[in-house]
Design a protein around this ligand. Sequence first.
Ligand code: NDP
Ligand code: AKG
Ligand code: MG
Length: 432
Amino acid sequence: MASPKPEVPAGGEKITIENGKLNVPDRPIIPFIEGDGTGPDIWRASVRVLDAAVQKAYGGRKTIRWTEVYAGEKSYQLFSTWLPDETVAAFREYLVGIKGPLTTPVGGGIRSLNVALRQMLDLYVCLRPVRWFHGVPSPVKRPEAVDMVIFRENTEDVYAGIEFEEGSADVKKVVAFLKDNFPKMYDKIRFPETAAIGIKPISREGSDRLIRSAIQYAIANKRKSVTIVHKGNIMKFTEGAFRNHGYALAEAEFGDATYTWGQWEKTKAAGGEEAANAEQKAALASGKVLVKDAIADITLQQVLTRPNEFDVIATMNLNGDYLSDALAAQVGGIGIAPGGNINYVTGHAVFEATHGTAPKYAGLDQVNPGSVILSGEMMLRYLGWTEAADLVIKGMDGAIGAKTVTYDFARLMEGARQVKCSEFGDAVIKAM
Ligand SMILES: NC(=O)C1=CN([C@@H]2O[C@H](COP(=O)(O)OP(=O)(O)OC[C@H]3O[C@@H](n4cnc5c(N)ncnc54)[C@H](OP(=O)(O)O)[C@@H]3O)[C@@H](O)[C@H]2O)C=CC1
Ligand SMILES: O=C(O)CCC(=O)C(=O)O
Ligand SMILES: [Mg+2]
């Protein structure tokens, strides 16, 4: 393999976007990254499921023309680079893609390739729906009550990677700058000689576009509420501002379709709590979406104890990362948690599972491919190939309903037939 430039598959055509609407040809070229660790096992099973769904839905009239692009360990082995420019260029050119997980070392080494791709392509929404499939073993009593859609901001926050290492010349400059210019802030650094420093950018534009997408989704999908999750009591100017931007945006851009707790507060201040409650009740009865907020720590408790009160969630990068793994556990685990990284303005989207490379299972054909299968289902729906997407769901429902499952579910289920990763793919196809 001499070049990381992707092959152009015969007969394939590019997906384009015009006036905010995707034009999807019948033979779209879709780049994919296999991923590290368990990525190749999962991809092999998933691509068969996606192709089978498309074949069954359209009888050959539509097919995906996959083209492999490289990143992570495979790319490093082949081309001595972790993320070739050609890979980023392919996702730019073909608009929609899908990827397996990529390894990020802890405490040193390369920064996350996953995060880098999201930033380079400006995929500002990390969309992670969390729902329960009938029969999936879950640690909670009523997993069916969990039906939430996380909108995680994907380009800012501590994930921007603005960090200065302890003892480095750079951190000394940053600390000296704080000492000279912001002495009160400098005094708050408990051990300035040995502190590493991280910077967390949260912008108005970044917050607005994420929250706008969440509200638009809630309105389009007739959801009841959007909860803005933040730690704004402690980080007032970053996470607190995110909440404030959210209320201001909802009121300015979606006044006809939303009612906010910000409005409730204003009415309460002017006319008392009863008046505010009556106003909220009337707004919700008329079908408006409630835009509210919750602090991140209590959110992690309440999504467990009162899942019915959460619907669409809009949050920043780190909170969203924690929340998406925690919520995945409630509906049966990370093995079937899908996601998509999307820029709703340019149309660029890269779909990927919520989980990582699960390295201890690499090459064993053992893990659950459901996460990438369902990420593919999200991709099909994004393309407007609803019939194929519905078949993927039918197949997943059928396989799980028949208790034909991978080890992660089998260990928690009575009477399950444990199958390999590839065999689970077969079971999904059979059940379509
Ligand atoms: N978007 C991405 O590419 C992501 C990459 N990563 C990276 O992945 C690497 C490993 O991260 P780690 O923290 O171990 O998290 P992982 O999500 O990779 O794995 C943690 C555990 O989750 C379970 N699990 C994960 N995937 C599956 C699956 N498909 N089917 C069944 N169970 C699954 C396994 O649990 P059990 O052992 O109980 O069976 C596994 O040991 C790191 O380098 C990290 O940075 C992490 C998250 C996202
Ligand atoms: O990039 C990584 O290695 C981890 C990313 C992650 O945890 C996530 O996107 O949920
Ligand atoms: Mg994560």
